[in-house]
Design a protein around this ligand. Structure first.
Ligand code: CP
Length: 309
């Protein structure tokens, strides 16, 4: 029986292929629980999980909460906007106070890259990174890998195109680490202002044209245009961006006929993905990703509290 020999889940970069497989296999076994009429098992009874979110979230926060509840853990949500952070309390002080309440796991999303790593070195509890700045979003990459495995039966040998704002995307970074470790060929594409210098050093092929990346792809992963960064002039206008980088029926036709389309959400309809593609059940697996997110987060909570495969 394999156990996860880690206190924290901080990123995919520091995860081995064996650890990724352990998490995906465990998540697969949890998928069935969410199909039951009574979606609850006693596995984590007596454990408590704090979701500490300093940034907005719909999918990640809700699915960590549901994951905890479906395993019978007590889950508590804290939003920075309604916490003592608004009175000026530092992240370190907040973490020390939460530690004093003896939860088992703290899930944190923060705009600062490295915030979860800081807490991991500070408190006894397991820390899960639910997205730190433009750095990593490990649970998203794990649910993406689970979805690819579910739909394609494998990850190794597939061509995965990741399109959009690569520079600011923690989803892209975690997926590049994970998919490469699992043997996929990863191609990234975006406007030059959205491609980090040296991204090719991560072992990916880099294109500036969406069409070049999508050609013969098995998986097309579109990224959200981060509208909050528009003021930084990284692209001329949404219309101009959509003209070159919106996935539509025409350019998706360049991918393999059975290619799947992914997006971490939230979607900007008509900007990075056309609504008819996003809503087309013959290619879009966006809601499967969301469904799998609950199982992946159940697996993370279970494995971090000492569960084995
Ligand atoms: N994919 C994702 O992280 O979505 P949320 O921001 O809604 O959590």
């Amino acid at each position: 029986m394999m156990k996860l020999a880690k206190k924290d889940i901080l990123g995919i970069r520091d995860m081995s292929r064996e650890e990724i497989n352990l998490i995906l296999d465990t998540a697969e076994s949890f998928l069935e629980i969410s199909t039951r009429e009574i979606k609850k098992v006693p596995t984590l009874r007596g454990k408590s999980v704090i979701n500490l979110f300093y940034e907005a979230s719909t999918r990640t926060r809700t699915s960590f909460e549901l994951a905890g509840k479906r395993l019978s853990a007590d889950t508590i949500n804290i939003s920075a906007s309604t916490s003592s952070a608004v009175k000026g309390e530092t992240l370190i002080d907040t973490a020390r106070n939460l530690e004093a309440m003896t939860p088992d796991i703290i899930v944190i999303r923060h705009s600062a890259a490295g915030a979860p790593h800081l807490l991991a070195g500070l408190v006894r509890q397991s820390i899960i990174n639910a997205g730190d700045g433009s750095h990593e979003h490990p649970s998203q990459a794990l649910l993406d890998m689970l979805t690819i495995k579910e739909k394609k039966g494998k990850i190794a040998g597939l061509k995965v195109a990741i399109i959009g704002d690569i520079a600011h995307s923690r989803v892209a970074r975690s997926n590049i680490y994970g998919l490469s470790k699992m043997g996929a060929e990863v191609v990234v594409a975006g406007p030059p202002t959205m491609l980090p210098r040296d991204i090719d050093k991560l072992g990916v092929r880099v294109c500036t044209k969406l069409e070049d990346a999508v050609a013969d792809a098995d998986v097309v992963m579109m990224l959200r245009i981060q509208l909050e960064r528009e003021k930084q002039n990284i692209f001329p206008s949404l219309r101009e961006y959509a003209r070159h980088y919106c996935l539509n029926r025409r350019n998706l036709g360049l991918a393999k006929p059975d290619a799947i389309v992914m997006h971490p959400g939230p979607i900007n309809r008509g900007v990075e993905i056309s609504p008819d593609i996003a809503d087309d059940p013959t290619c879009s697996v966006i809601l499967n990703q969301v469904n799998n997110g609950v199982a992946v987060r159940m697996a993370l909570l279970y494995l971090l509290t000492g569960g084995s495969e």
